[in-house]
Design a binder for this molecule. Structure first.
Ligand code: PFF
Length: 465
């Protein structure tokens, strides 16, 4: 592993990315994942296409982007995993060591999201396998469509793929930053880009681009509800991998004094472009085959294979390519979800990285079982605000980790960086050329993001859907 000294951190002899481009590749790889290919299209489909995008874009620009800069800044300043970075900054700034709880919350959120992520990854692996074997070719639409429901009830299949996915992630992470995570990101991110171009060419040939474009551009201001705003804002945080310490970790691995603003701006643009392109591609296939855009979480799993199955030419090839694309994006994000926990364990417990990766992997495997079995009856009933609710662990994780912990972690971090850390320090660390840029960032992080995130937390806690 390469090490380097960083001037903003006195104690730092630290592990770092091997090249200037690695931060960009890794951050782009971590941010493009299920959020872009699976969640963004189905959320847009459920919330009227263009209406969702109209709310999503300001959330990404005014809340998520400034927060991404803030998280990277914390990593650069603290130079370590989220918990130790925050502890070190709190010490330097003479603040309470309680601020390190933001790091703890981030680790917990990342872990919970991983368990949920690995279940969706298990569906992806199942579809890769069946597409490659041509199992859907020429099969009637209703049967293909029902295959998703059947998979959800088939815990043995999901268990097998979930186990394989966790193993894939752990094996890469045991190999260390430069030889494991960085090398995997360098291979997978270009593959991912190549597959996107290939699939877009395909969609433009067989899909209904005009209908998809019309759907994604049509908006209705009266359809903007509090629930839509919560979905759009949490989607922006999720998509840019915020509120979980991942960007703190990546910022800590940043070797040079590259501009945080321009690097994170590229990541945000890339992430948003991928989400929009994927939505365009998926809806053009959905509309061309007369299917509904509001199918919810099953959108890409229950509708796309139907479309692929109806194609006469190279159906298996296209379908396999799509799910391989999804898998490569899922893997790069999954590495980023577990990396902060592994780094924290090696830093704090002084154990080897290999042991830390296997321990976290084993725990994540067990955690994933709870989500996995929620589709075959492992559900909880409880009363909240006088209404009886019946949720599986998978739905609860969505509510607790994505709608509550993630905004809370992001809110606390924004408050910490702008209200508690000295202004001069953040100014030096961001080293933005234009003072107006710095002021805008500070305003968004200090006022806009805390207000928006507090509103989300209040809505989720006190006005549940
Ligand atoms: N940004 C990822 C996605 O859009 O699927 C999700 C994610 C990955 C969140 C890694 C957090 C993280 F650390």
């Amino acid at each position: 592993m390469s090490t380097t000294t960083q001037n903003s951190n006195p104690a730092a002899t630290r592990i770092a990315w091997g090249s200037r481009w690695s931060f960009l590749l890794a951050a782009a790889g971590a941010s493009t994942g299920l959020g872009n290919i699976w969640k963004f299209p189905y959320e847009a489909g459920l919330h009227g296409g263009g209406t969702f995008i109209l709310v999503y874009l300001p959330c990404a620009l005014l809340v998520a982007f400034p927060l991404m800069m803030a998280e990277t800044l914390v990593g650069r300043y603290g130079g370590s995993d989220p918990v130790n970075s925050l502890r070190r900054i709190a010490r330097e700034e003479r603040l309470s060591s309680l601020w390190q709880s933001i790091g703890w919350l981030g680790l917990l959120t990342g872990f919970l999201i991983f368990t949920f992520y690995s279940v969706v990854a298990s569906w992806t692996l199942y579809y890769i396998m069946n597409s490659a074997l041509g199992s859907f070719v020429g099969v009637p639409a209703e049967i293909v469509q029902h295959s998703f429901g059947a998979l959800l009830r088939n815990t043995d299949q999901m268990l097998l793929w979930h186990t394989i996915f966790v193993l894939m992630v752990v094996v890469v992470l045991t190999r260390g930053l430069n030889k494991g995570l960085e090398r995997a990101m360098r291979m997978l991110t270009p593959c991912f880009l190549g597959l996107i171009i290939w699939l877009c060419l395909y969609a433009s040939r067989i899909g209904d681009f005009d209908a998809a474009l019309a759907f994604l551009m049509h908006y209705d201001l009266s359809a903007i509800t509090a629930e839509l705003i919560v979905s759009a804002l949490t989607q922006a945080l999720f998509s840019l991998s915020l509120g979980m310490g991942a960007m703190v970790m990546f910022g800590a691995y940043m070797r040079d004094q590259r501009s945080i603003a321009s690097t994170t701006a590229w990541v945000m643009l890339f992430d948003t472009a991928v989400a929009l392109i994927m939505a365009l591609m998926i809806f053009s296939i959905v509309f061309a085959f007369g299917m509904r855009p509001d199918a919810g979480p099953g959108l890409i799993f229950s509708t796309l294979p139907v479309a692929f199955a109806q194609m006469t030419e190279s159906s298996a090839l296209w379908s396999t390519s799509f799910f391989v694309l999804l898998l490569s994006a899922t893997l790069t994000s999954a590495f980023a979800l577990l990396e902060p926990i592994i780094a924290w364990m090696t830093n704090s417990w002084r154990i080897s990285r290999r042991l830390a990766a296997w321990l976290v992997g084993a725990l994540a495997w067990v955690g994933g079982l709870l989500s996995l079995y929620s589709f075959s009856g492992l559900k909880f009933s409880f009363y909240y605000f006088g209404i009886e609710r019946h949720h599986g662990f998978f739905d609860l994780l969505n509510i607790i980790a994505i709608h509550l912990f993630m905004p809370l972690g992001a809110l606390l971090l924004a408050v910490f960086v702008t209200w508690r850390v000295h202004r001069a320090e953040t100014k030096t660390l961001l080293s933005m050329r234009l003072n107006i840029g710095y002021r805008l960032w500070r305003f968004c992080c200090k006022i806009v993001a805390p207000l928006a995130l507090s509103a989300v937390i209040i809505l989720v806690l006190f006005f549940p859907a």
